[in-house]
Design a protein around this ligand. Structure first.
Ligand code: WQD
Length: 375
C-alpha cells in the first residue's frame, strides 16, 4: 500500500503523538499547535498526567478538536485501530515507551515488551491505514561511549549498557528495515541529547515519579527543598572540572526539532543532498515529499559539567545548591556532546536556548509546581 504524502499546509495535517502527555510529548504538542498542526495524543498515562494535556490546550488556546486525547497503550491493537479509523492520521511522532535506565535493568521483559512490541503493533496498524510516516524518539545513548566528540550521526553505535538503550537502538534498526523492505516508508530518527527545562509559562515540565534518576530534576527538587543535597557522581573524570559533561538541550528546542522533521518529510525544508538511507537521501519527489530514513542529532553542540549545571541552577533559583561528591555511577560515560550541523543544514533547525535559560525555565516550573501535576 502506498504511503500518505504530507501536505504542505500544516493545517491539513493530523499527527498521532504517542506518549504525548509526557515531558517531551507535551512540549512537542505545544509546538505542533503553534505551527498549525492537528494532533491526536495516545498515552496510557502510566508515567504522565492528563493534566499536562489540559495545560497544553490552555497554553495554546486550542480545543479538543485540534488536540484530541485517547487513553490507551500502544500495545492495544484494538484501541489503535479505533484511533486510525476515527482520525485521518498523516504522520506519527512516537514518544511512548518506558525510559528509566536503572529500572530497565531489573525489568527487561517489561521494557522489551512495551517498547519493542508496542512499536511493532503501532507500525502494523499504521501501515494498514496507509500511514508510513514516523518520527521516532531516539537517544544519544545509542552511541554508548562515543568514539569521538563532538558526536556526528556517523559516529558508530555501540552496544547500550542497559535494556532501555537497547530498545532505542533496536527500534532504530527495525524502523530502518521497514524502509528497506518497503520504500514507501518515511522514517526520521531523532537522537536526543540531555533534554531539560520547561515551557516559559511554568505550566508544563518534567514530572518524574519518585526520586529522580536524572541530574536536573534532582537538582530542581533540592532547589525547592524537597531533597537535601545533590550527589555528584564522580569528580575524577578526564573533564575540565572532573565531573561528567553532557549536551543539555532545552525541551522547547527539542520539541521544535520534531516540527522541523515533519516539515522535512513534507519536502518543505532540506538540501536534497544525499544524507541518509534511500530516497530520503536525495531529491524530494515531484510533489516535494521524500521516502527513506533520516537520522539527526538534536543537541546544542555545547558540553556542560555537573558543576556547571549546579551553578546555573543556583543562579536561576537565587541560592546555592548544596552538593556532595559521591562515587561514579556505574555505566556513566565521562563526556558527550553533539555535532548538530546535519540538523541545521537539512532541517533548518538550531537550538536557541542556553543553560541559564534552561535552568530558569526549569525553576519556574518546579517552584510553581513543587509536586508536579499532582498539585
Ligand atoms: C547527567 C550527568 C551523571 C544524577 C540519561 C540516559 C539517556 C537519557 C538522558 C532518556 C552524568 C550526573 C546525574 C545525579 C549526578 N534518558 N549525575 N548526580 O546519564 O547523561 O543520560 O538521561 O532518553 O538515555 O542515559 O543523564 O541526567 O542521569 O546524568 O552527578 O543525581 O549528571 O553522572 O554525568 P545521562 P543524567
Amino acid at each position: 500500500m502506498a504511503n500518505r504524502n504530507l501536505a504542505k499546509d500544516a493545517r491539513e495535517t493530523c499527527v498521532l503523538v504517542t506518549g504525548g502527555a509526557g515531558f517531551i510529548g507535551s512540549h512537542t504538542c505545544v509546538e505542533l499547535m503553534n505551527a498549525g498542526y492537528n494532533a491526536v495524543i495516545v498515552d496510557d498515562l502510566s508515567n504522565s498526567s492528563e493534566e499536562s494535556i489540559r495545560r497544553v490546550r490552555e497554553i495554546t488556546g486550542v480545543d479538543e478538536d485540534r488536540l484530541s486525547f485517547v487513553k490507551a497503550s500502544i500495545l492495544d491493537r484494538e484501541a489503535l485501530e479505533q484511533v486510525f479509523s476515527t482520525y485521518s492520521i498523516d504522520a506519527i511522532i512516537h514518544f511512548a515507551g518506558f525510559k528509566a535506565v536503572g529500572e530497565s535493568v531489573v525489568k527487561p521483559l517489561e521494557y522489551y515488551w512495551n517498547n519493542i512490541a508496542g512499536t511493532l503493533v503501532l507500525c502494523d496498524v499504521a501501515r494498514a491505514h496507509g500511514c508510513k510516516n514516523i518520527v521516532f524518539s531516539s537517544s544519544a545513548t545509542v552511541y554508548g561511549e562515543p568514539e569521538f566528540i563532538p558526536i556526528t550521526e556517523d559516529c558508530p553505535k555501540h552496544t547500550p549498557t542497559n535494556p532501555y538503550g537497547q530498545t532505542k537502538s533496536m527500534l532504530e534498526q527495525i524502523l530502518s528495515d521497514l524502509y528497506v523492505g518497503d520504500n514507501e516508508w518515511n522514517v526520521v530518527l531523532l537522537r536526543y541529547f540531555n533534554r531539560i527545562g520547561a515551557h516559559e509559562s511554568g505550566l508544563i515540565g518534567e514530572d518524574p515519579h519518585g526520586i529522580p534518576n536524572n541530574l536536573v530534576p534532582y537538582v530542581a527538587q533540592v532547589a525547592v527543598g524537597k531533597l537535601a543535597a545533590v550527589g555528584v557522581f564522580g569528580d575524577d573524570y578526564p573533564t575540565p572540572d572532573g565531573t561528567g559533561v553532557r549536551d543539555y538541550i532545552h525541551v522547547v528546542d527539542l520539541a521544535r526539532g520534531h516540527v522541523a522533521a515533519l516539515r522535512w518529510m513534507a519536502g518543505l525544508v532540506g538540501t536534497g543532498k544525499p544524507i541518509g538511507l534511500g530516497s530520503m537521501a536525495g531529491e524530494p519527489a515531484e510533489d516535494g515529499t521524500r521516502r527513506g530514513v533520516g537520522i539527526f542529532n538534536l543537541g546544542t553542540g555545547c558540553g556542560s559539567s555537573v558543576l556547571d549545571v549546579i551553578a546555573a541552577y543556583g543562579r536561576a533559583c537565587g541560592h546555592d545548591i548544596p552538593y556532595q561528591i559521591k562515587p561514579r555511577r556505574a555505566g556513566d560515560i565521562a563526556e558527550n556532546y553533539a555535532a548538530c550541523d546535519k540538523a541545521r543544514d537539512e532541517l533548518g533547525w538550531v537550538a536557541e536556548y542556553d543553560l541559564d535559560r534552561m535552568c530558569a525555565d526549569s525553576w519556574r516550573w518546579q517552584s510553581n509546581n513543587p509536586n508536579g501535576y499532582r498539585d
